[in-house]
Design a protein around this ligand. Structure first.
Ligand code: ADE
Length: 228
């Protein structure tokens, strides 16, 4: 059993899910004049929905998560909360996934309060129903058990963060500090139950080297976590 339940999502699945989502929106009779992608996760689904719903207008708002002082919980805020005159427009706000629901709700509320739209509806490819405090107007897949979806647009970022987490936990649990390339790949497969492929492991290790998170010992051919 992997330690972190993870599903590798392919580009083909994204296209398929977005097409089904477009059909659900069409069937409901909603015809958006403007699609707003919630950056960064909503970009690809929003662009595909523009294609499948024949929508020309695409804008974006970006959310960010802040950990408030002395609080464990993260708070979602909008990074660039600009105003746009959308009077008379039907807007569809799009994200990849509704997990806690904070992000999409925040974007929707901001647009409703500040952009003077005619209507605002929300859509996501996936909705994690047991944890989400917010249900999007449209979604394609209801997820009943929390899982990390490894989307194609975060593959490298997720891979290096996953490797970093695996290395630091292994150090805490059993004092393991040296990793060969093969151990990283094997460990990753065991920990996360997915295989992202040789190119991503190599690039992820390069990112961690660049960031100074790990060092490489060429004589031993091993990577080592830098003590933090
Ligand atoms: N972003 C927020 N929650 C997520 C999840 N469960 N999988 C992938 N991306 C996410």
């Amino acid at each position: 059993m992997p330690r972190v339940r993870t599903k590798l999502v392919s580009w083909d699945e994204i296209v398929d899910w977005s097409m089904h989502l477009a059909d659900i929106i069409k069937r409901d009779g909603y015809r958006p004049d403007l699609i707003v992608a919630v950056a960064r996760g909503g970009y690809v689904p929003a662009r595909l929905l523009c294609d499948f719903l024949s929508v020309e207008n695409l804008a974006s708002v970006q959310s960010q998560h802040w950990t408030e002082a002395a609080k464990v919980e993260e708070k979602a805020i909008l990074k660039f909360s600009y105003r746009l005159n959308a009077s008379g427009l039907n807007i569809l706000v799009v994200d990849d996934i509704v997990d806690t629901g904070d992000t999409l709700k925040l974007a929707r509320d901001h647009i409703e309060a500040n952009w003077s739209p005619k209507t605002v509806k929300t859509a996501a490819l996936q909705w994690i129903s047991p944890v989400a405090k917010f249900k999007p107007d449209y979604y394609y897949l209801e997820v009943k058990e929390w899982i990390w979806f490894q989307y194609p647009w975060t593959r490298l970022e997720d891979t290096y963060q996953f490797i970093k987490r695996m290395m630091s936990e292994a150090y805490k649990e059993m004092g393991k500090s040296e990793w060969t390339n093969e151990e990283v790949v094997k460990g990753f497969n065991e920990w996360y139950g997915i295989d992202v492929g040789e190119t991503y492991y190599r690039r992820a290790l390069d990112v961690l080297l660049e960031k100074g998170v790990i060092t490489y010992d060429p004589s031993r051919k091993t990577y080592k976590l830098v003590a933090t």
